[in-house]
Design a protein around this ligand. Structure first.
Ligand code: ATP
Ligand code: MN
Length: 534
């Protein structure tokens, strides 16, 4: 039974233009799961988690993400391929379509939550959903208010999702039938035509990447974070698939968060109340924390069962490679509550270098750190297309360009100042290929990457001999506890040494080309940290 003391925010919903007869407000995860099962929009797996399919979209659709170009954003947003402007009149049209559509539905799910663990910076969010599983996602991923906090809850931002609504692209001024639309003026994110839950999460992340630096002078970051027993915080930057979620779940350290954080003058705080982990090839042995988080309350997306069972086949990518699970932070046994850590002592830049060029662990000078941060490099392996063997390099400023409404220079400048002020160690970790590029070599063993990070955190790499990489310049340790010495120098792991040198030069060329657009805005120290192919 719904708690009678929690009343539906009828007036606010009416003001938005919604009918309020059949609103399910602030349901418990158990109730939401039940609604999903009754609607036959999900099933339970053998460990009791809800398994759903998100429909046409199983990943974000960056080309369909628009930001209203208005008096707030016109001169502040860094308009580019990720921040695509749309005229205010189209917001009005789409808004009306979404409201009209939601009003045709027999029931809706509404939930209040907030972002930002640090109460000084809290952002209150009202989620309005067509689907109960989208509402469960909001329960898992946003911070959950207490009953007391709910009593005088006033929503600052709205996330409204209508996956079943297909829009007319021409009429709505968009690219195709779906949209993720941000209005800073109306403080709303409208999601239509896509059921992918990540649109909600990264929509809120995007607006926080505006509000915090622009309005509060606080650095927001696309990184995970955890904390050791003596309060030392580590943060892990990296693009998708580089290991933020996997590596931050470390049984010997307290988890702060797996994806979105801010760095203030006195702390590191998480934006979210949950994690959103990949499930592909998940095993209990390699990733026990995440594996055991798949239990009642967790929401698993787009996985397949072994035929005739309700046991998830984690190796099955037939719906998508991007299978996911969301769960509240406390599903990880050693999660820190509230998720606020001390100032960081170590920063890790994670890259999944499928060329096999970058060392598995190395230390960066301040100049190199800025160079790498601005570059934001990773290289993914080509998809399943036959005949495509060459890895696909990606340069994404600040390891998060798709989510940054402001110019990358803003975030880079803030990080640079903080790194300098707090004398943080900065490490580059290649979680990608070793022993050759994709197709020849193999991915660095996860257990090795974990050992290397532990060694760095415990200061065990501080006094070992190092060697500078001949092209990229980072300091490669000559030894590392529990790691075979011969894998530390990447060239050493390649059978064909000339091929390595050639690939390193090639990758250096890509870095230099990509950096051209930033060169005029950085110091000499950063410029000098560029790779030297000759
Ligand atoms: P996103 O931003 O999309 O959430 P992420 O940075 O959190 O991405 P993870 O979800 O941690 O990335 O994905 C890393 C994937 O790579 C996991 O599936 C993990 O099992 C796999 N992996 C394999 N080898 C390694 C390694 N050496 N280090 C880290 N991850 C590895
Ligand atoms: Mn992640």
């Amino acid at each position: 039974m719904p708690d009678p003391t929690i009343s539906i925010p009828v007036n606010d919903l009416l003001k938005l233009g919604l009918k309020t007869e059949n609103i399910h407000y602030q349901l418990t995860p158990e109730e939401l799961v039940m609604h999903n099962l009754q609607r036959e929009e999900g099933v339970l797996n053998d460990t009791g988690a809800l398994v759903i399919s998100t429909g046409e979209f199983t990943g974000r659709s960056p080309k369909d993400k628009f930001t209203v170009n208005d008096e707030i954003t016109a001169d502040t947003v860094n308009w580019n391929e990720f921040n695509i402007p749309i005229e205010p009149k189209y917001f009005d049209i789409i808004y009306k379509k979404v409201m009209d559509y939601l009003n045709t539905l027999p029931e809706l799910w509404v939930r209040d939550g907030y972002a930002c663990a640090d109460s000084r910076h809290r952002l209150t969010i009202r989620s309005i959903n067509e689907k109960p599983w989208n509402n469960l996602f909001s329960y898992n991923m946003f911070l959950r208010p207490t009953e007391e906090e709910l009593e005088d809850f006033a929503a600052q931002w709205y996330v409204i999702s209508a996956p079943g609504l297909k829009l007319d692209a021409k009429e709505c001024g968009i690219r195709q039938h779906n949209v993720s639309l941000i209005s800073f003026k109306h403080k709303m994110i409208l999601i239509a035509g896509s059921g992918y839950t990540g649109e909600t999460k990264k929509g809120i992340f995007t607006i926080l990447n505006y509000i915090l630096p622009q309005e509060k002078n606080i650095l927001s970051m696309h990184c995970s974070a955890n904390m050791g027993d003596n309060g030392d915080t580590a943060i892990f930057f990296g693009l998708s698939g580089t290991g933020k979620t996997t590596l931050s779940a470390d049984p010997h350290r307290k988890l702060i968060g797996d994806d979105e954080h801010a760095w203030t003058d006195d702390n590191i705080f998480n934006f979210e109340g949950g994690c959103y982990a990949k499930c592909i090839n998940l095993t209990e042995e390699k990733e026990p924390e995440i594996y055991h988080a798949i239990r009642p309350g967790a929401l698993v997306e787009n996985v397949c069962f072994f035929p005739g069972t309700n046991k998830i086949n984690f190796d099955d990518a037939s719906i998508t490679e991007n299978t996911r699970v969301s769960y509240p932070l406390h599903f990880i046994s050693n999660a820190l509550e509230p998720s606020i850590g001390g100032l960081p002592k170590n920063i890790f830049f994670l890259t999944c270098d499928a060329f096999g060029v970058l060392p598995p662990v190395s230390k960066l000078t301040p100049g190199q750190a800025m160079y790498q941060f601005i570059s934001g490099y990773t290289a993914k392996v080509a998809g399943t297309e036959t005949g495509v063997t060459e890895p696909k390099p990606t340069f994404s400023a600040c390891f998060g360009a798709p989510f940054l409404p402001l110019h990358p220079g803003k975030y880079a400048h803030m990080l640079g100042e903080k790194m300098q002020k707090h004398k943080v160690n900065v490490w580059l970790i290649n979680t990608g290929w070793t022993g050759g590029p994709h197709g020849v070599g193999h991915r660095v063993k996860l257990s090795y990457t974990r050992e290397m990070i532990t060694a760095a955190l415990e200061g065990k790499l501080d006094n070992v001999r190092t060697e500078s990489h001949p092209v990229f310049g980072m300091a490669i340790p000559k030894e590392c506890p529990n790691i075979p010495t011969e894998i530390l120098d990447p060239k050493n792991t390649w059978v064909d040494k000339d091929a390595y040198d050639e690939k390193a030069k090639y990758l250096a060329g890509l870095f230099i080309k990509n950096f051209e657009k930033y060169a005029s805005g950085v110091t000499n120290e950063v410029l000098e940290a560029a790779p030297k192919p000759e």
